[in-house]
Design a protein. Structure first.
Length: 322
């Protein structure tokens, strides 16, 4: 029997979405007790002013410590066994808890995440969101990793495995998922429990985020991650092969027939988006938006950024002697 639920919302400069996020947590149709704990991670905008009139517990700190550490602060203050990690730019549907909580009737379930729908109006934000929607719709109920965007955990389990790794600015949700799995629990994706999420609206913001993911993969890649994230590894290998061929051709271009080698290099680089064409077609059939034709090119560019970051991160790791 679930006696109550604690929502934990870490926020940094979230003035654009924080009010809608909190209202969605407070408006849940589930009849049990709830509390909302907002951890303001040293926001420099109007976030704190927006928070003050709202019926939530507000925790503030003197410096920006990162989302993992801010989430931990809220988790340790929570008074209920089910704790929800909720991004400040996510807005829950009213029946989100009603869809999520029945999954915890099975004692082996450690965490349950909801479906993440795209809330952006910009082309860039929509494409980033549509890619994740496609992944969730084609994924299994039982997952190897869950994001912290809208995920409910057992508080006792988080305490058992050690809370989120505060040294990680990115990837701490993946790290937590692996620890939960090693502790013998399962992770569930409940696509009927929906939230709306707002992604980066600029190409630069998106690519910077993906570059950081690549650095994280270089720092934390292990045999376990290779097993639990085969799609990431497969896509990385595809990108690596294509870029290697392009690099060889650049060398030949400098030494020989410029026209022939230049054309070959262009064809090789142009082929990379073809790997993502099936996904683009699938998304197009559902969304019917002209901008979706750009999705394969965006995913190709994303993988190039991740691969570059992975190379930089690996070199840095070798220099440190890790």
């Amino acid at each position: 029997m679930i006696d109550g639920v604690s929502f934990i919302i870490p926020v940094y400069n979230g003035e654009r979405t924080i009010k809608a996020c909190i209202k969605s947590a407070l408006a849940q149709t589930w009849k049990g007790e709830t509390e909302v704990i907002v951890v303001d991670d040293a926001s420099a905008d109007r976030t704190l002013n927006i928070l003050l009139p709202l019926p939530v517990t507000i925790i503030t700190g003197g410096k920006n410590v990162g989302a993992a550490a801010a989430t931990n602060v809220g988790m340790k203050r929570a008074k209920y066994e089910i704790v929800v990690s909720l991004d400040s730019d996510a807005v829950l549907k009213k029946d989100w808890l009603e869809k999520i909580l029945p999954r915890f009737d099975a004692p082996e379930v450690g965490a349950v995440a909801g479906y993440i729908a795209t809330g952006n109006t910009s082309i860039m934000g929509r494409l980033a969101g549509y890619h994740l929607e496609w992944q969730m719709e084609h994924g299994a109920i039982f997952q190897n990793q869950l994001s912290t965007t809208n995920t409910a955990y057992r508080a006792s389990l988080l305490k058992e495995v050690g809370y989120f790794n505060e040294s990680m600015r990115i990837g701490y949700d993946v790290d937590m998922s692996h620890r939960i799995k090693r502790a013998g629990y399962t992770l569930i994706l409940e696509n009927d429990a929906r939230c709306t999420h707002f992604w980066k609206d600029t190409l630069w913001g998106y690519l910077k985020q993906e570059y950081n993911y690549g650095l994280y993969n270089a720092e934390n890649l292990s045999e376990e991650m290779v097993k639990t994230a085969p799609s990431m590894v497969f896509q990385g290998l595809i990108t690596g092969v294509v870029l290697m061929i392009a690099g060889i051709d650049l060398f030949l271009l400098a030494c020989g027939n410029h026209a022939v080698n230049g054309l070959f290099m262009l064809l090789v680089l142009s082929a990379l988006p073809l790997f993502y064409l099936p996904e683009g077609i699938s998304v197009w059939k559902k969304k019917k938006e002209w901008a979706v034709v750009l999705l394969p090119f965006l995913l190709a560019l994303r993988n190039i950024m991740r691969l570059m970051a992975f190379g930089v991160g690996t070199i840095q790791k070798l220099r440190r002697g890790v």
